[in-house]
Design a protein around this ligand. Structure first.
Ligand code: FAD
Length: 471
């Protein structure tokens, strides 16, 4: 089969793309999947994931209790502040109640929730072996079913006629197909675009100090192309999921093990050794996703989580060991901070801590009194050597700008759905997730809309009578 003969092109190589390719192929369509990355880097941000959030009405294999549709929707509504298309959101939520059977058929295995700082055993099903194992299973299944896969195939533009897909182009090469699913992620890896979006704060290009938690291949080329070609955009370009990660993490692909979870157990200071936010405002799972943005607004986009020996063992340690010292001035020296300023900040904090009954699992009564900037829970004096610190930078997980789709995952142009161009995953997640985040919903959206897009793309080409037998 030549590249010109395929029914469906799927652009992207992460969860949404694979879900679309597998589903379309199961319906008899011939499918070519085009992935920007080389084989060893395939899988986009999906390779870094650990779980998906699942609706269920009773305990299931790896999920405890129940998590009904309404509660899931209310959680989503709360985190997005209502910036969510309820119809599309409920579609994804309902899909999550039965997609795992299909995932298992394609080789995905689940395990109970991992212990750690994010308690998710009721709501989230964890992938055995993580996102990498999930994708390996999907790629294996896709190959067995006869999906053709091309790596190092970055599509740079599409040929469209009145919202109808005609062909995809990679440089001078042009590949026609009856339908197309775009699942090429957000634009978080595009540092130029991030720079443009974030601009300068106090003369600094803030995005230059961002680290990208996932793949380097999500450059947003097709997202930009589609919006410029008249696709309806959705979501705020300045919104991104951004967490505080270890400043020593690599620029790309640091993944989950670079996240720093010690914040609520100590204090966080900026490069002037000043505290700037209540570290104990709420449980860490509800607060971890605001700290990237908080660090973004500090000078030089750098901060330091400072803890003492009492905190060790109470949080999941990141991959890099903390800087350690027997005294605060020595710790300040290692961090390049003004020692007197750090000692002053810690002394002020220690003096304001009121003795309570420390319990990291509840919103306890250990708080500061008399500080202009309080710490409202888990406030304990930082007084027991060794002292430790983790340097923090904003770590971008994904962006929210996307293209508008309908219930069939069809891309909208001027309010009208395309007959044969569909979108799935992060490139359309903004329809459901206008802002905010709740753990595991990225994979829920990608799995649901990947499967919808694959089904619809197959239906769009079925009219051409072009079914190719499964092996
Ligand atoms: C560290 C980390 C941990 C996460 N953990 C979780 C989690 O546990 N649960 C959860 O729900 N979500 C998690 N997320 C979010 C999750 O990764 C995304 O919601 C999800 O992976 C999006 O899937 P996708 O297929 O749309 O995008 P991606 O998986 O990013 O795939 C996009 C693909 O498109 C390809 N591509 C891009 N441009 C082109 C082009 N022009 N031509 C061809 N191919 C192109 C890329 O190479 C890539 O393969 C995490 C993200 C990160 C970074």
């Amino acid at each position: 089969m030549t590249d010109q003969d395929y029914d469906i092109l799927v652009i992207g190589g992460g969860n949404a793309a694979l879900c679309a390719a597998l589903t379309a192929r199961e319906r008899g369509a011939s499918v070519l999947l085009l992935e920007s990355a080389p084989r060893e880097w395939r899988g986009g941000n999906s390779q870094h994931t650990r779980n998906l959030r699942c609706m269920h009405d009773a305990p299931q294999d790896v999920l405890t209790e129940s998590y009904p549709e309404e509660e899931y929707w209310q959680d989503l509504k709360k985190v997005t502040g209502g910036v969510s298309d309820e119809t599309l959101a409920r579609l994804a939520i309902r899909d999550s109640s039965h997609c795992r059977e299909w995932m298992r058929r394609h080789g995905v295995r689940f395990q109970p929730s991992l212990s750690g700082t994010l308690q998710l055993s009721r709501t989230n099903a964890f992938f055995l072996g993580g996102g990498k194992a999930l994708l390996n299973a999907y790629y294996r299944s896709a190959e067995q079913l006869g999906v053709h896969i091309r790596y190092q195939a970055p599509v740079d533009r599409l040929e469209l006629r009145n919202g109808r897909f005609i062909a995809a182009c990679i440089g001078a090469e042009r590949i026609e197909a009856g339908a197309c699913v775009v699942a090429s992620g957000g634009f978080e890896s595009n540092r130029e675009w991030m720079r443009e979006t974030w601009g300068q704060i106090e003369g600094e290009w803030v995005a230059d100090n961002f680290l990208i938690r996932g793949t380097r291949f999500n450059m947003g080329v097709l997202l930009k192309f589609l919006i410029e070609a008249g696709a309806d955009a959705i979501g705020d370009p300045t919104q991104s999921h951004c967490v505080a990660i270890d400043a020593r993490a690599p620029l790309y692909d640091g993944g989950i093990c670079t996240r720093v979870d010690s914040v609520s157990l100590g204090i966080v200071v900026n490069k002037h050794a000043q505290r700037f936010y209540d570290e104990g405002e709420d449980f860490w799972p509800k607060r971890y996703a605001i700290w990237g943005r908080l660090v973004t607004y500090q000078p030089g986009q750098i901060a330091y989580s400072v803890i003492d020996a009492k905190a060790i063992g109470r949080f999941m340690p990141p991959v890099f060991p903390p800087l350690a010292a027997q005294s605060l001035p020595e710790l300040a020296r290692q961090l390049g901070l003004d020692a007197a300023a750090l000692v002053r900040s810690v002394d002020e904090f220690n003096a304001a801590c009121r003795v309570g009954c420390f319990d990291h699992a509840t919103l306890d009564d250990c708080r500061t009194e008399g500080l202009a900037l309080p710490k409202t829970h888990w406030a304990r004096a930082i007084d027991t050597a060794p002292f430790y610190a983790y340097p923090l930078r904003p770590g971008i997980t994904f962006t929210y700008l996307g293209v508008k789709v309908n219930q069939q995952a069809a891309v909208h142009f001027g309010g009208k759905p395309s007959p044969n161009l569909f979108a799935a995953g992060e490139i359309m997640a903004g329809n459901v997730l206008g802002k905010g985040y709740t753990a595991g919903v990225g994979m829920t959206i990608g799995t649901a809309f990947g499967r919808i897009a694959g089904t619809q793309a197959a239906a769009a080409v079925a009219a051409r009578g072009a079914a190719h037998a499964l092996p």
